[in-house]
Design a protein around this ligand. Structure first.
Ligand code: PRX
Length: 646
């Protein structure tokens, strides 16, 4: 925590869309009269048939529904592409920077319009219809953006699966939404290393017999096998389809995309976002939080496989007619100056990344940053996990030369867009705090019984009312939607995060209060990793918790009980770590794995994770009451084993 206050620079207060007085005025209006506020701001997107109803929301169990602009019709792709062609056709929509620093590409709005229409016709040629789910498993190449926008254009629902997920994880996501179409690439490349996306897809599809068509975009030219009657090369089909494709008229509440995310229990949930409210919210937050002005070059380093890539590489910026940079590589390749070299090469004005990247680069020292100019940078952003004040201050001082405000943006896959963040011309900054709510967002902190807490306090972070970018359901499981977000604290959306509010009304996110981990800004359910571990033939039981990790924020700590007769060994440890990589993907690999002859359980059989967390943190002083354990002796064994682990 830091007491420092970094004032809004005078030039920012003058030039930004919103200064402090304007923020207060707009915020108050948005809370007092949400319908009036959003009726006005909903007009920022082009509607085919304008809405007359703005909001219809109920968080009640019997009747849970969230509808915004429900009688309006529009097309998201039209708003991101076609409407800019007339006045900005020659302006750059996407700058693509390859993994190899000598490779890049610019795509103007006119060119984007051509590419997206052709891609949309390829989808139609393959039999994709309005409402069909299309799984996209792609590297960070422009075709990933074309594919997403092409789906939106014809009313298909995309489900992007991060390219780092394993074949099993991909298969689960294809099956869950009954997706019969997959778009992939021969290979991806990151940090000079190929990623076998088509081969992974082939493995996944062994358990997805309903997939009819796989469209393969050639990227590296690496060898792949094509299955006759199922797989087609994008360029071959593209060569024979028409180049014009009209936009489908969609209702505001028609689904735009599904994105899977981890929860505290069960398998990943398909978070469903719809068209109108999502686009209004993504574009509005992009404009105000980043103070995006025409001509700015904007770079968000996320992958399109995560919600940050959906809202702040693609939909938000393109709806605003912005120039958005898409980066295929990693911040440390060829060396740890890469981000700043890219900023200098493309004159990036706004740079948005995750604390884990900042901490990793900070460890390399100031020199890789200082040898670049970074003169073009105006604003820096952070997202995905709490940023520690030390990393914040380094980002501010070394990267931003103390000239660039930092927007620490708090939000979630479920929220569609940023909910708590400074506005750079309005909000004095405190390193480590996401500061104040965006328009229309009313945070409420509640105790474990759901009582609202007032003033400077800490509690469970809820949001009092709906905002247009909110998710609408868990795909195929509306009951789970209610149970996950609305059952714990009646009448409010519960985020799953803990939070502190200080004397100035600033919010400080303290991290998840449920069994969800945040590893390098990626969300991982402990239950998912546990079920991967127990799927191994030698494992009887597993419990996974998070522990503080210098770079990743949280590391993955696994306690494993072997089946009778199995001997623990270092080789078996390595095998289990590899096993989890194969089952879920490299991002889920346990950082530390400890053998546990027994797990601390209550007499009713519930694992006491609180104790496991403490032991993982190497803090044995305050284990709390262990008298309710069925066998208190297991705790001593675990402590002994922990100490041997170092
Ligand atoms: O715990 C919060 C953390 O990331 C979670 C959401 O993860 P995901 O749905 O993958 O979306 C990440 C990108 C929006 C939250 O519940 N989180 C996100 N942003 C912040 C954050 N924690 C602290 N500060 C943030 N700025």
């Amino acid at each position: 925590m830091s007491d420092q206050l970094i004032k809004v620079p005078a030039d920012w207060a003058k030039s930004a869309y919103v200064d402090d007085a304007k923020y207060t005025e707009m915020y108050e209006q948005s809370i007092k009269d949400p319908v009036g506020f959003w009726a006005e701001h909903g007009k920022r997107v082009d509607w085919i048939k304008p809405y007359t109803k703005v909001k219809d929301v109920s968080y009640n169990q019997r009747d849970l529904h969230i509808r915004w602009f429900e009688d309006g019709t529009l097309n998201a792709c039209y708003n991101c592409v076609d409407r800019h062609v007339k006045d900005k056709g020659d302006e750059v929509a996407i700058i693509w920077e390859g993994d190899d620093p000598s490779v890049d590409q610019t795509i103007t709005y006119t060119q984007l319009h051509h590419h997206v229409q052709r891609f949309a016709n390829v989808l139609k040629d393959q039999g994709v219809k309005k409402g069909d789910r299309v799984t996209i498993y792609m590297p960070m190449i422009p075709e990933a953006a074309y594919a997403m926008l092409a789906c939106a254009r014809i009313g298909a629902v995309h489900s992007v699966v991060f390219g780092g997920f394993s074949p099993d994880a991909l298969a689960g996501r294809i099956q869950d939404c009954d997706s019969r179409f997959v778009i992939t690439s021969d290979e991806g490349v990151r940090g000079g290393r190929p990623i076998p996306l088509k081969e992974n897809t082939d493995d996944a599809l062994d358990s997805c017999p309903d997939v009819e068509s796989v469209i393969v975009v050639e990227h590296t030219g690496g060898a792949v096998t094509m299955k006759e009657g199922r797989d087609v090369w994008y360029h071959e089909v593209a060569g024979r389809v028409d180049h014009e494709c009209p936009c489908e008229e969609m209702n505001a509440e028609d689904p735009l995309f599904i994105l899977y995310t981890s929860g505290s229990t069960g398998k990943p949930k398909g978070v469903l976002h719809t068209t109108g409210g999502y686009l209004v919210y993504a574009s509005m937050t992009h404009q105000y939080v980043f103070d995006y002005k025409p001509g700015d070059i904007y770079w968000c380093t996320a992958d399109v496989g995560w919600v940050t890539g959906h809202s702040y590489i693609l939909y938000g910026p393109l709806a605003n007619g912005a120039t958005t940079l898409m980066f295929e590589g990693v911040p440390t390749y060829p060396d740890s100056s890469r981000c700043w070299q890219v900023c200098d090469k493309h004159n990036v004005n706004i740079f948005y990344t995750a604390p884990t990247a900042i901490r990793a680069l900070m460890r390399e020292g100031d020199e890789p940053v200082k040898k670049t100019s970074r003169k073009s940078l105006r604003l820096l952003g952070s997202v995905g996990e709490p940023i520690n004040p030390e990393a914040w201050l380094w980002y501010h001082k070394v990267v931003g030369d103390e000239r660039c405000p930092i927007v620490d943006t708090w939000w979630q896959t479920e929220t569609g867009g940023i909910l708590i963040s400074p506005l750079p011309g309005a909000t004095d900054l405190k390193p480590g705090s996401a500061t104040r709510p965006f328009f229309g967002v009313e945070p409420v902190l509640v105790d474990n019984d759901g009582h609202p807490l007032h003033g400077a306090t800490s509690g469970n972070l809820c949001i009092a009312d709906s905002w247009p970018g909110q998710m609408r359901t868990v795909y195929g499981d509306h009951k789970r939607f209610f149970e996950t977000y609305f059952s714990q604290f009646k009448g409010k959306y519960f985020s799953g995060d803990g939070c502190r509010r200080d004397e100035d009304g600033y919010y400080w996110i303290t991290g998840r209060v449920d069994d969800v981990l945040n590893v390098s800004g990626h969300r991982m359910g402990t239950a998912e990793i546990e079920s991967a571990l127990v799927a191994h033939e030698k494992v009887a039981e597993a419990a996974v918790v998070g522990y503080p990790h210098d770079i990743k924020g949280q590391g993955i700590y696994a306690y494993v009980t072997l089946k009778q007769g199995q001997d623990p060994s270092d080789d078996l440890k390595k095998e289990l770590v590899q096993w989890v990589r194969k089952e879920i993907g490299p991002i889920a690999s346990p950082d530390l794995l400890q053998w546990a002859p027994g797990l601390p359980k209550t007499r009713s059989g519930k694992i006491m994770r609180r104790i496991l967390r403490k032991i993982a943190e190497d803090d044995f002083s305050n284990l709390g009451d262990t008298s309710t354990l069925a066998d208190p002796g297991v705790v001593d064994d675990l402590i002994d084993n922990r100490q041997n682990l170092g």
